[in-house]
Design a protein around this ligand. Structure first.
Ligand code: ADP
Length: 401
């Protein structure tokens, strides 16, 4: 048995899964959301799939003032489904940590010092690391097993200096840790490995461009299995158009807004929650925006134009960075499910060797699949991501040696 509890704490949520790290099978999963939100109760939805409780589901609205309370809600949900955590033979807990700075290169056993550093790195990721720290401390108090931090930034530690350096004053940048870190590393890593396995080729021989298009979105250039460039930067705000984040914006425009009287917190809310598809078209859900555009809504059409244009911009950039590509890989909620946007992003790129096969692209299917034509010089693939299974795998590998 190699049960790993995976805890993925976001700014106002905790997603969790109980995964057998060796088989990838999950026996429970849940989401605590609206953590710490003034004026609205939190909510937990939990599903246990273990024997004896097959299909047990638990859903409740409850006050969740912080991530410590969110963790307790999770423990209670396991008990309410007849599978109290004490009986689950949990061997390790894998924690997703968004920001590992320049010092965490790989999955790391969490002791007091590592936990303190994760909290301190909250200066670079104020929306994420503090809640993750709370979840880590609550989990360590509850489960006397190894706890492993798996960092979203770690996979990008191979990005060369020329690509991670912002051309601003060096002393200022060094003093404040300002550089490109990159995020979604766990996803880019597992997806690029699965793409290589699907193609039956050694990952070392492949140049891949992975487009992770979910609520958050980022592109990654991967050479021989190593990240060499990525679109998210110092924070997860840079790069592609996302659900509520706009990606690339001239920093001069932000200075302009500050001088025009916007408060720092207002600007923060604008950039993190009020931009992207939500800012342009009024919804962060890609399906809503697509449907509105099809119904003739001009704002939604523009939002999709900007979305696809930005993705193509990064494909072009990464073709130059990699010197060509062997595979272009779509993943995450939008990338895995939306044939229309995949076709828009790849349209007109035949001259680069990217040729989509419309019937393959539109076929409803699960699992890794080819959506390019047989003649396409660049393999165009859809490869589902599974960050939780990957966190479980990496945690278990460290713990089991
Ligand atoms: P997160 O970053 O929160 O993990 P996901 O990867 O789940 O996000 O992606 C969420 C996005 O995926 C939403 O914009 C949603 O509209 C979109 N999405 C989910 N399922 C589908 C689908 N079947 N077709 C099109 N878009 C989808």
């Amino acid at each position: 048995m190699s049960n790993v509890l995976v805890i993925n704490a976001g700014s106002s949520s905790i997603k969790y899964q109980l995964v057998d790290a060796e088989t990838g099978e999950r026996s429970a999963a849940g989401l605590v959301e609206r953590i710490g939100q003034r004026g609205s109760e939190g909510r937990i939805v939990h599903r246990s799939e273990g024997e004896g409780s097959a299909g047990a589901r638990f859903e409740r609205e409850l006050p969740v003032p912080d991530h410590t309370a969110g963790f307790s809600a999770m423990v209670e949900a396991f008990a309410a489904c007849g599978t109290p955590v004490e009986g689950l033979d949990i061997r390790a807990v894998g924690h997703r940590v968004v920001q590992g700075g320049s010092e965490f290169f790989e999955p790391t056993l969490i002791d007091d010092r590592v936990a303190d550093r994760i909290l301190e790195l909250g200066a670079l990721a104020p929306l994420h690391n503090p809640g993750q720290y709370q979840a880590i401390m609550a989990a360590r108090a509850r489960f006397d097993v190894p706890h492993v931090a798996v960092f979203d930034t770690a996979f990008h530690q191979t990005i060369p200096q020329r690509a991670y350096t912002y051309a601003i004053d060096r002393d200022v940048a060094d003093r404040h840790g300002v550089r490109r870190y990159g995020f979604h590393g766990v996803s880019h890593q597992v997806v690029s490995r699965r793409a290589a396995a699907f193609l039956g080729r050694p990952i070392e021989s492949l140049r891949q461009i992975v487009l992770h298009l979910g609520n958050g979105a980022s592109a990654c250039a991967i050479d021989g299995g190593r990240s060499v460039d990525t679109s998210m930067g110092f924070t997860p705000l840079e790069g592609l158009v996302m659900g509520t984040r706009g990606g690339d914006v001239d920093p001069g425009a932000l200075l302009h807004l500050l001088r025009a009287g916007l408060e720092t917190d207002e600007l923060d809310a604008l950039l993190n929650r009020g931009s992207g598809l939500a800012g342009l078209a009024g919804s962060n859900d890609f399906r809503d925006v697509w449907a509105a555009a099809e119904a003739g809504d001009g704002a939604a059409r523009l939002a999709l134009d900007v979305y696809a244009h930005r993705a193509r911009h990064y494909i072009g950039a990464y073709l130059a960075v990699l010197g060509g590509a062997d595979a272009l890989v779509f993943t995450a909620g939008v990338g895995e499910n939306h044939a229309g946007i995949r076709a828009r992003i790849c349209g007109g790129l035949e001259w680069l060797g990217v040729e989509i096969d419309p019937s393959r692209n539109e076929a409803a299917a699960a699992g890794p699949r080819r959506i390019g034509t047989d003649a396409s010089r660049v393999e165009v693939l859809v490869v589902p991501t599974d960050e939780e299974a990957e966190i479980a795998r990496q945690s278990w590998r460290l713990v089991a040696g």
